[in-house]
Write a protein that binds this ligand. Structure first.
Ligand SMILES: [Zn+2]
Length: 184
């Protein structure tokens, strides 16, 4: 509480809208919405695994993460994801699919909506560390490092699961046994 209108500077007053108390301007109707922040992450497939960067900034300094970041207010999330890849791992990335949309609760800030894509390196491009990364590397799925953010860990787990859906849903039939059974 105790905020002022961004349009006219008048002190905002409480108002109930759709069952939630918000702060509104009594003069021009401005409403201070507390919206979630929208962020992207990309599982970039490369030869030998996926591309991770080791963070040169807080939060998570020194730890590995997926490339990605916040979506600007006028930006398509897919465009933001590609832009962040260019900034953080210095390569053009082509998005190839959506992994999922994630609610990321925060104790001390607005919650986040995370949009996770998978993508691939555009032919011949080699990742390199952008200014927000100490280094970048390609990790095989079976030896991934611990990631800086639980949301990224979840994204990678969902990605890996999506690679082998058939194995989890049903074990492959034993063809040899089926052939033996079919013999007269
Ligand atoms: Zn106002």
């Amino acid at each position: 509480m105790g905020h002022f209108c961004v349009n006219c500077g008048t002190a905002l007053v409480p108002r109930v809208l759709e069952g939630r108390e918000v702060e509104a301007c009594p003069r021009d109707g401005f409403i201070l919405w507390h919206d979630p922040k929208v962020s992207t992450a990309v599982v970039v497939e490369a030869e030998g695994g996926i591309v991770l960067g080791r963070r040169a900034i807080e939060p998570g300094y020194g730890r590995w993460c997926l490339p990605g970041g916040f979506v600007n207010d006028d930006e398509d999330p897919a465009v933001a994801a590609v832009r962040e890849c260019r900034e953080e791992i210095c390569v053009p990335v082509e998005l190839t699919g959506l992994i999922g949309v994630y609610h990321i609760p925060k104790a001390d800030a607005p919650s986040m909506v995370g949009i996770a894509y998978k993508g691939r390196l555009v032919d011949g491009s080699v990742p390199a560390a952008g200014v927000e990364m100490l280094e970048v590397a390609v990790f095989p799925p079976e030896s991934l490092p611990q990631l800086a953010f639980p949301s990224h860990t979840k994204v990678v787990a969902d990605y890996l699961r999506s690679l082998a859906p058939a194995e989890e849903a049903a074990p492959p039939p034993d063809r040899a046994a089926a052939q033996r059974a079919a013999r007269p």
